[in-house]
Design a protein around this ligand. Structure first.
Ligand SMILES: [Zn+2]
Length: 181
């Protein structure tokens, strides 16, 4: 059962954080910057884990439940308010629970639509590598290497970006961000 609460934010509250301003013609343009930008935890850099213990495994399991309940294909710990370098990904029948993931290789490029569980209803086209290699620890603390292509590579890149406070709206092709209610 998912016990963690997924934090959701409005696009308008995220774009002006960190000096980010929307590029190009955003299809829906906020009239003005909020008077006081609420600094979202999503903009924080997550911290590496020194060791993998039962607490980490329990959090990963909870993140998997939360991701499935929300019908997402990936989730980073920061999205449930925990600034640690942990992600879960479920794509094409593959479930991954990764600790301290790092992209070590990236090849080619691929454009596709992305959204984010933390920014409901907002989508945009993002350029990602076609193929990547990720090094991480698994839930037993063992070093592993994961290869991902196309959709899986996209989800992995999106989630790993979350660990550095980077959102897909920062990388979306100018003019492609749209809102669906
Ligand atoms: Zn996301």
């Amino acid at each position: 059962m998912a016990l963690r609460h997924l934090r959701k934010y409005k696009y308008e509250d995220l774009i002006y954080a960190k000096g980010h301003t929307p590029r190009g013609n955003v299809h829906f343009k906020p009239k003005s910057a909020p008077a006081r930008v609420r600094q979202s935890i999503l903009r924080a850099r997550s911290i590496e884990l020194a060791r993998v213990d039962d607490g980490v495994r329990a959090l990963l399991d909870d993140m998997v439940d939360t991701m499935r309940e929300m019908r997402g294909s990936g989730l980073a710990a920061i999205q449930v308010g925990v600034p640690r370098r942990l992600i879960v990904v479920e794509y094409g029948g593959t479930l991954l629970k990764l600790i301290n993931p790092v992209i070590t290789e990236a090849h080619g490029e691929n454009h596709g639509i992305e959204g984010c569980l933390s920014i409901p209803g907002v989508y945009g086209i993002v350029k990602r590598p076609e193929k990547i290699v990720v090094k991480a620890l698994d839930e037993r603390g063992k070093r592993i290497k994961v290869e991902g292509a196309f959709g899986l590579a996209r989800v992995l890149c999106h989630e790993i970006d979350h660990l550095d406070g980077i959102l897909f709206i920062d990388k979306a092709v100018p003019g492609t961000i749209y809102k669906r209610s």
